[in-house]
Design a protein around this ligand. Structure first.
Ligand SMILES: *Cc1c(COP(=O)(O)O)cnc(C)c1O
Length: 386
């Protein structure tokens, strides 16, 4: 079975991890700051706070922005559950904004409509989390404009999008947001096995996130609220967690990051092959906005039921039976049982639900062989038309 995504581990990656195993530090050494500096270099954000996952980074980002009980966070229903769960960890509520049916990203016009209504009812969100689905940036200029007009914070969930560009600038530079989060899970663009980062240009947010990832503790005199007792001294200033990244993860990440441009270029080449080969299939191929260079984390086809003889489920089963490890990104979060219990139901976000009825992710990852790519194309073209 050709999986929908897979990591690319080189001999250099392996050597780097072995060297760290033989070094003095397995955690809290020099590699995490080195990796953070390299991440800031990559995107142009001033501060990078590496953590043990993007989920942790989203949680810490929400805490640093003061999200708490009585507050609301809005995100897209077409995302991994972590984009929404981060609000619940803080005791806040979640609501969703429907997607745009050409990019599958949170729709800025829907967002504006919902903000206007929320302003009259006094239920404006404290944070909006746009998700750069498949690696293609949301319309951040418009979202930024709305954030100023309605006074909310923005956390970009860029888990799919390291190496992507928006308006010719790297995603992650936080030009249009308070914080950007990336994931380094093995299916993502670069991996640290588990891992994530929060980036920001705001030094105070960066300090708070650094404390929150490590118990709420600081050893920085400048941040302490009373005099130091001595050289052993540290202060706990808030309730934090242990969300630290290890040296092994950071070393792997540094080594992977040196191939970021290559990874993203290869993903784009494969996507271009699919665009060309599958344009006259029973599927619609994904559209790219002119402002965006996608990292191509996912390649999502949309089944056209007018053209296809098989239903969505049958297509899924057919492709899997032929050895193509198709997947579905994502089940609308508001339809998850846990979210239904909060009162969300079918019909709440019709575009997200329509997308879910048609979406199929086909394999895209940089170590796909020529044979893999050809096999995916040929098998997708075998899905019969009416
Ligand atoms: C993968 C992913 C996450 C969570 O990342 P982890 O590093 O696994 O915690 C969050 N949001 C989106 C959109 C993701 O794809």
């Amino acid at each position: 079975m050709i999986p929908y995504g897979r990591q690319n581990i080189s001999d250099q990656d392996i050597d780097e991890v072995i060297n760290i195993l033989k070094s003095d530090y397995l955690t809290q050494g020099p590699k995490v700051p080195d990796f953070e500096a390299a991440l800031s270099q990559t995107t142009g954000a001033e501060h990078s706070v590496a953590m043990n996952s993007a989920t942790s980074a989203l949680h810490v980002a929400c805490m640093a922005l003061g999200l708490g009980p009585g507050d609301v966070l809005w995100t897209s229903p077409i995302t991994f559950v972590a984009s929404a769960n981060c609000a619940l960890y803080c005791g806040a509520k979640v609501d969703f904004v429907d997607i745009d049916l050409t990019t599958f990203n949170l729709c800025p016009n829907e967002l504006e409509k919902k903000l206007v209504q929320a302003e009259t009812s006094g239920t404006l969100p404290k944070i909006v989390v746009p998700v750069h689905l498949c690696g293609q940036s949301c319309d951040m200029a418009k979202i930024n404009e709305l954030s100023k007009r309605f006074g909310f914070h923005v956390i970009e969930d860029a888990s799919h999008a390291i190496g992507a560009h928006y308006q010719n600038q790297p995603v992650g530079n936080c030009r249009f947001s308070d914080i950007t989060v990336f994931s380094f899970h093995p299916v993502k663009i670069v991996t640290t096995a588990e891992g994530g980062v929060a980036q920001t240009n705001d030094p105070e947010l960066a300090d708070r996130m650094r404390m929150l990832r490590s118990h709420g503790i600081t050893r920085d005199q400048g941040l302490m609220t009373k005099d130091s007792d001595g050289p052993w001294y540290y202060q706990q200033l808030m309730l934090g967690y242990n969300y630290r990244m290890t040296e092994l993860q950071a070393g792997l990440g540094l080594s992977q990051l040196s191939r970021l441009n290559e990874f993203v270029a290869t993903r784009n080449e494969i996507a271009q092959r699919y665009d060309d080969a599958l344009s006259s299939s029973v599927f619609d191929t994904p559209k790219q906005h002119a402002d965006c260079y996608s990292a191509r984390h996912l390649y999502v086809l949309q089944l056209d039921s007018e053209r296809s003889r098989l239903a969505h489920m049958e297509v899924f089963e057919f492709l899997r039976s032929e050895g193509i490890g198709v997947n579905l990104h994502y089940i609308p979060v508001h339809l998850q049982p846990y979210y239904s219990e909060m009162g969300f139901k079918h019909g709440d976000f019709p575009n997200a639900e329509a997308y879910y009825q048609r979406a199929i992710s086909i394999p895209v990852f940089p170590t796909m062989s020529e044979d893999d790519i050809r096999k995916v194309v040929q098998t997708v073209l075998k899905v019969p038309a009416k």
